[in-house]
Ligand binder design. Structure first.
Ligand code: CS2
Ligand code: MN
Length: 365
């Protein structure tokens, strides 16, 4: 498991590279050029700037999260072909600096959806919260205007240009069924994966968060069956998944360890975080510790370890703790605590495994 840490870039992140460097076992940054609108080519000189910044602290930049997909590709409009050509050029530019994984998502309009970014937990910290009744009864345009989308914090994936044309987007998507969204995803993959393979860059789709339809918009990457269907759209090792335990874990029907064991060789990138589910369909993000939420983080790390996972992993979101001023879910402190929990499980499994090997060897001598 290669631990990496999401960083939103110089002047765009409250967390410094000096501080990330002091988290044990973090070898790389998960990064993106967040100011480049979806659909445009990422210029090599901008990419090299990030490489230079990261390398100054000894970090690799193997994982990009995300090169977002222009809505015309998701909508299947004729203009998608130009955006797909641009995407290919971005993959080629990223491969020139050694990028190995590109995370992306195929969610229409919104990225992750929450109704409260600062919901208090019992311990006095706050976390990202999803109140089902609020979303079911909500006009989506409220979501953008009131508490869940705070213009000061661009929520990851919520590119401003997507939200500027919200009404037009909803009208456009009203003509896109779930099946046609699958077709549009397959069209994109059939064009992109051969280029990704040539560039030795693994494409890793992020699941939908939460893993169910929102505001009547179709969502695809929501379950083990749908991930199996996704992987078959283009059955190629360069067509992979960012397996996010927090996103998929919001639905109690999703058995994350089982997904890891089934799809192990198609998971180049893991997001490992916990959520606490409530009977009424609400959920709140928690510390990474198994007992604080509804997702068995121990069994998830054990599944990765049993499968000999050599991919990249990050703690995804953290709570807001110790009054840290930071982007929702992306503070330093709780993500660092989460990393140490994940390392604690992983290292224990490593030593148990080593002991077993030593016993076997001593018996065969
Ligand atoms: C991320 C997602 O912050 C997060 O939860 O996991 O926003 C993710 O970066 C995108 O959906 C991937 O394109
Ligand atoms: Mn995630």
């Amino acid at each position: 498991m290669r631990m990496v840490f999401r960083w939103f870039g110089k002047g765009n992140d409250s967390v410094s590279l000096q501080h990330i460097k002091q988290i044990p076992g973090v070898e790389g940054l998960v990064w993106a050029l967040h100011d480049i609108p979806a659909g445009e080519v990422w210029p090599l000189d901008r990419i090299l700037e990030v490489k230079q910044q990261a390398n100054k602290y000894g970090f690799q930049i193997d994982v990009v999260e995300s090169v977002n997909i222009h809505d015309d590709i998701k909508l299947g409009l004729p203009s998608r072909d130009q955006y797909i050509e641009n995407y290919k050029k971005t993959i080629q530019n990223l491969s020139k600096v050694g990028v190995k994984v590109i995370c992306y998502n195929f969610m229409p309009v919104f990225d992750w959806v929450r109704t409260d970014l600062f919901k208090p937990l019992e311990d006095g910290s706050t976390a990202l919260f999803y109140e089902k009744a609020k979303v079911v009864g909500m006009d989506p345009f409220e979501l953008v205007e009131n508490n869940a989308y705070n213009p000061e914090f661009t929520m990851p994936g919520w590119e401003p240009e997507r939200l500027k044309s919200l009404k037009e987007l909803f009208v456009a998507y009203s003509n896109v069924s779930t099946e046609s969204l699958w077709d549009n995803l397959q069209y994109f993959l059939e064009k992109i994966i051969p280029v990704a393979e040539m560039c030795d860059v693994k494409m890793a789709i992020h699941p939908d968060d939460p893993p169910w339809e929102i505001f009547g918009l179709p969502r695809l990457i929501t379950s083990q069956d749908n991930i199996r269907r996704f992987l078959k759209l283009v059955d190629n090792p360069y067509n992979g998944v960012t397996l996010c335990s927090g996103s998929l874990g919001a639905n109690s029907a999703n058995d994350i360890p089982a997904m890891i064991r089934e799809f192990a060789d198609r998971i180049p990138f893991a997001h490992i975080r916990n959520v606490k589910r409530f009977a009424n369909g609400d959920f709140i993000e928690t510390s990474h510790r198994t007992k604080d939420g509804s997702v068995d983080i121990y069994e998830i790390v054990k599944a990765y370890h049993d499968c000999g996972f050599t991919g990249y992993a990050r703690p995804d979101h953290g709570r807001h703790i110790w009054d840290e001023e930071c982007r929702p879910g992306y503070g330093l402190y709780d993500r660092a605590l989460g990393i140490m929990y994940l390392w604690g499980i992983w290292d224990s499994l490593e030593s148990i495994y080593k002991e077993k090997i030593d016993i076997v060897h001593s018996k065969t001598r």
